[in-house]
Design a protein around this ligand. Structure first.
Ligand SMILES: *Cc1c(COP(=O)(O)O)cnc(C)c1O
Length: 218
């Protein structure tokens, strides 16, 4: 199943759109099967889970962190991950920068946008994003490469469209500023139920779990 699912999704993706296999709650063996079927990027929400998967799957794929990162997990995280998609505070940005400088790394990051302005969700409010990007672009050991958003969860994927549109506008606005050390090239939006709409609205990185691995156990 996993193999067919991966192949079917990859076949239908337009050129220039990269697939991230969102792997939370999946076993390392399931992730390895996805990798062998053509997955090139694995997204993980938990550092502990990622470590277990990494030990089996290794560097045959790129690893993206897509969960909410806590300061005390940063040191471990930067040993595994090739990108952190969820930078959402100055504190976490500074910690990533500090740990990367200790390990002699430069971490590509995306800034997470709370496009639905939901109080319980993480991410920058759109109106605060430019200022935030200007600030963290000065950190020498990370490189901003774009934006990521979840959008509010809702049954009807059409409801996600306005949030994707808003995030794309923000992405274009920040790109146009042409800030030093900011390379706005990745826009990570869309999950199993919404990725087609996200692609229509400009996503070039999509994060899919259920459609690859099947429903998660409750
Ligand atoms: C779980 C998850 C996804 C994928 O969700 P599905 O609906 O299973 O495709 C995408 N992004 C993030 C941040 C996730 O936590």
């Amino acid at each position: 199943m996993i193999e067919e699912n991966v192949k079917a999704i990859l076949k239908e993706l337009p050129p220039g759109v990269e697939l991230v296999a969102a792997a939370k709650a999946r076993t390392p063996e399931e992730i390895l099967r996805a990798a062998k079927a053509g997955i090139r990027i694995v997204g993980e929400n938990y550092v502990q889970e990622a470590l277990a998967a990494f030990n089996v799957v290794g560097r045959r794929v790129k690893w993206h962190y897509i969960g909410h990162l806590q300061r005390n997990k940063v040191k471990k995280a930067i040993e595994i991950f090739d990108m952190i998609e969820t930078v959402d505070s100055l504190g976490i940005a500074e910690e990533i920068d500090k740990r990367c400088s200790q390990q002699g790394k430069i971490m590509p990051v995306l800034v997470e946008i709370n496009s639905g302005r939901e109080p319980q969700k993480f991410g920058l409010l759109p109106e605060n994003t430019e200022d935030f990007v200007r600030k963290i672009s000065k950190l020498k050991n990370m490189k901003i490469q774009g934006l990521m958003t979840m959008g509010p969860f809702s049954g009807d994927p059409e409801n996600a469209r306005p949030y994707f549109v808003e995030t794309k506008k923000l992405f274009d606005r920040i790109s146009a500023l042409d800030l030093p050390d900011v390379e706005m090239k990745l826009l990570s939006m869309g999950m199993t139920n919404s990725y087609n709409i996200a692609i229509e609205e400009g996503a070039n990185l999509i994060r899919i779990g259920t459609k690859i691995f099947g429903p998660r156990e409750p």
